[in-house]
Design a protein around this ligand. Structure first.
Ligand SMILES: NC(=O)c1ccc[n+]([C@@H]2O[C@H](COP(=O)([O-])OP(=O)(O)OC[C@H]3O[C@@H](n4cnc5c(N)ncnc54)[C@H](OP(=O)(O)O)[C@@H]3O)[C@@H](O)[C@H]2O)c1
Length: 170
């Protein structure tokens, strides 16, 4: 399993249930990378999607609400992050993506082999954050590439971190 996330300079990822940086190129890359695979997310992230489940991907939504899956089509529900992991145990690990939000990243990041981080060179008001991988010896930069500049003029780069403190193969 790999994590994928878009952060600001101080690792902010969201504010009041929404993303904090509009980045079309990054959205396209997210779609390309995750297409055909499984995406694991928290209920709040699922509800932030304007058009429901992400097409062409198996959407696993983590929630305490046992009836949630009956009320929303096109998703499968897990009662905990661990149950979501169990659901993808037979999948190709490279096709399983942890897509947020903060609570799910914090719960399952240790299980990820890599983190695909889009770093937007800006700071904004935020209430949701990703762990700072630059301050964590368990994560090392494997690849770094210039992304360009967003429509609002924010430069960004794509950084792939590898979990070097992680022995298992997901
Ligand atoms: N920048 C990015 O790449 C990115 C990506 C994704 C999300 N985001 C942002 O992140 C923010 C949302 O993050 P968040 O942490 O507030 O929400 P979240 O992780 O998306 O969802 C939280 C919900 O997940 C369920 N959940 C979490 N832990 C659970 C557990 N142990 N067992 C059962 N259910 C559990 C609960 O649902 P119930 O309340 O239904 O029980 C909880 O309320 C938003 O602002 C969003 O836009 C940013």
């Amino acid at each position: 399993m790999n994590a994928i996330v878009s952060v600001t300079s101080d690792w902010a990822i969201g504010n009041k249930g929404r993303l904090v940086v509009a980045n079309r190129a990054d959205m396209r890359r997210f779609k390309e990378l995750t297409m055909g695979g499984t995406v694991i997310m928290g209920r709040a992230t699922f509800e932030s999607f304007p058009n429901g489940p992400l097409a062409g991907r198996r959407n696993v939504v983590v929630t305490h609400d046992a009836s949630y899956g009956h009320d929303h089509q096109g998703i499968v529900c897990a009662a905990s992050p661990q149950e979501a992991l169990a659901m993808v145990a037979g999948d190709n690990p490279d096709r399983v993506w942890l897509i947020g939000g903060e609570s799910l990243y914090r719960a399952l990041l240790p299980e990820c082999e890599r983190a695909y981080v889009t770093k937007n060179d800006t700071t904004v008001e935020a209430d949701a954050f990703f762990p700072n991988l630059d301050a964590d010896d368990g994560w090392q930069v494997e690849e770094r590439g210039d992304g360009g500049v967003t429509a609002a003029g924010i430069p960004f780069e794509y950084v792939v971190y590898r979990n070097v403190g992680n022995d298992n193969d997901r």
